[in-house]
Design a binder for this molecule. Structure first.
Ligand code: ZN
Length: 199
């Protein structure tokens, strides 16, 4: 299972305090209606590969809380604000979330998520041109016992040549767990670095 990559950071270093000739603190992105789905996030200027674009914010809750919270929402629009940080923590961007929640799934993403110290950041995996919509692979976690009608809500229309047609992780969690259980002692793990499908 692909997990969000953990990056090692070089030690912080001091530098001389200097005046910058031209400050470029123009925002990196802008939120507007997307052709893919609802709102989308677009590069407001060129974003270099590796740039940290935005942190994924929201209320930090348990998996049980997340499941209970969205159990009642029968009518799902196929969009999810839940991000799996670890086997214990899920970020619900539906509560106190920021613009990061509007970044759509893409099967040919220009961004990736990086988990660092329990926090989630969206970073560019390649140079992104001004006006491009930002996207990353949601890899939504699901179980083979989930209602197929509900899973169909997570169809993908990203338009990429290699679109998988789904925002779901190709392999359901329970099958992954069964595989893991065979190898070592059964150890239940949610997939970190993933969005969580509402149930
Ligand atoms: Zn797609």
């Amino acid at each position: 299972m692909k997990k969000a990559k953990q990056k090692t950071r070089a030690a912080a270093h001091h530098h001389a305090h200097m005046r910058h000739a031209a400050r470029t603190d123009a925002p990196l992105y802008v939120v507007r209606r997307s052709k893919i789905h609802g709102n989308g996030v677009y590069a407001a200027r060129e974003i270099p590969k590796g740039a940290r674009i935005v942190e994924y914010l929201g209320e930090r809750i348990s998996h049980a809380q997340a499941d209970a919270r969205y159990e009642e929402k029968g009518q799902d629009d196929g969009h999810t604000f839940l991000f799996v940080v670890s086997s214990k923590v899920v970020i619900d961007a539906g509560v106190d979330g920021n613009d990061a929640r509007f970044i759509n799934h893409s099967c040919d993403p220009n961004c990736e998520t990086v988990i660092e110290g329990g926090r989630v950041f969206i970073e560019a995996v390649r140079d992104i041109g001004k006006g491009e919509e930002l996207g990353y692979e949601y890899g939504l976690t699901w179980e083979s016992t989930d209602d197929p009608d509900e899973l169909a809500n997570y169809a993908c229309r990203c338009g990429a040549a290699k679109c998988r047609g789904s925002m779901l992780d190709p392999v359901p969690l329970d099958r992954k767990r069964a595989k893991q259980a065979k190898r070592r002692a059964a150890k239940k793990k949610a997939a970190p670095g993933r969005k969580k499908a509402r149930k």
